[in-house]
Design a binder for this molecule. Structure first.
Ligand code: XMP
Length: 326
């Protein structure tokens, strides 16, 4: 097993050539470690787990079993992309679990943010456990641990991250990117041929849209949030902001205001735009978005998304506002 300390002699992976060399080395190491046994991976579709999946598929193909749990709080199109890329294009052994109802039923009526996080984290582990119990002959657990996770903790992903797995799982770990920094994981992902939008996507909290559908989550408001968020992302992509802004999203609070639509009173929720820049997420500044684009986004969201009748812009830096609203 690899040590948890990055050797000083290890070059920063910045080019396709360096990434290819890393991939070749890891493929050999994974094959040596795993032999003909099976490996299990919780595949969220985030950068780290996706790169680990692609590396393992290259090394051991169908000996890797990926489990993707859709907790119903993913952004629009994310679970579909996991199925498309891993289930179809890479022909992986992928188990897709749509656990939306389980999560949303448990979250019904729960307004307190930390309680919501706990429910989501605990249920994730439960669903993953149930799925792995159905499988036979799994000897290894793969994890998308990266070097900052090791530097910041004891080598296990921060447990508030959905994807944190039970400690009593008696399996040897396979962690092929544990000595890499995030930028290197992305270069490796590119070299493995993963889609650009998967490799360069912005950070997304484990509890997903659950902490952006503020207060007690309802299906209709969650749906409105997902649609509004997709419009914001589409417009940022089209207008060259996607690579410039570190994190951007919509939050939808649990209150309505009066509006007017087709000459009739129309009560709806506000969609709040948050777009911040940061290097370490400890502090954040506000990205300036051109007014014309803000008008266009407002127009699209208020016309295309049922239930939204206003669009607001959050201008608060961190501190004092955290990046997420909950
Ligand atoms: P805050 O809101 O604390 O967010 O300024 C800082 C960064 O952390 C992300 N975040 C989370 N990530 N689970 C996660 O995996 C969480 O519960 C969580 N809460 C916040 C947030 O999106 C931002 O990038």
């Amino acid at each position: 097993m690899q040590s948890n300390v990055r050797p000083e002699s290890m070059a920063r992976i910045t080019t396709k050539e360096l990434a290819d060399a890393f991939i070749a080395e890891q493929v050999a190491e994974i094959r040596a470690q795993v032999g003909d046994k099976k490996v299990l991976l919780a595949l969220s579709g985030g950068v780290d787990s996706s790169v680990v999946a692609a590396l393992l598929i290259k090394a051991i193909g169908k000996q890797l079993v990926c489990v993707h749990v859709n907790h119903g709080l993913m952004r629009k199109g994310e679970s579909e992309q996991v199925i498309e890329v891993f289930g179809k294009a890479l022909d992986a052994n992928l188990i897709y679990v749509d656990a939306t109802d389980r999560f949303l039923n448990l979250l019904a009526g729960v307004a307190e943010p930390e309680k919501k996080r706990k429910i989501i984290g605990a249920e994730f582990i439960k669903v993953f456990d149930e799925e792995s119990a159905k499988l036979e002959g799994i000897s290894f657990l793969a994890q998308g641990t990266i070097y900052p996770d090791i530097l910041e903790s004891d080598g296990v992903k921060a447990h508030h991250n959905v994807g944190g797995l039970p400690e009593d799982m008696q399996m040897e770990l396979v962690e092929p990117v544990k000595l890499l920094y995030k930028d290197e994981v992305r270069v490796v992902g590119d070299a493995l041929g993963l889609p650009h939008n998967m490799v360069y996507r912005q950070p997304f909290p484990g509890p997903g849209l659950g902490v952006r559908c503020l207060g007690a989550i309802t299906r209709d408001r969650l749906h409105a949030l997902r649609e509004a968020d997709a419009i914001l992302r589409e417009e940022f992509d089209k207008n060259g902001l996607a690579g410039k802004v570190w994190q951007y999203f919509i939050a939808v609070p649990d209150f309505k205001s009066v509006g007017v639509k087709n000459d009739k009173r129309y009560e709806g929720w506000p969609a709040i735009i948050r777009a911040v820049n940061t290097t370490d997420a400890m502090s954040a500044t506000i990205e300036e978005i051109p007014y014309a684009l803000l008008h266009h986004i407002t127009d699209r969201i208020t016309h295309e998304v049922d239930g939204i009748n206003r669009v607001l812009l959050d201008l608060t830096p961190k501190p004092i506002g955290t990046i997420e609203w909950e």
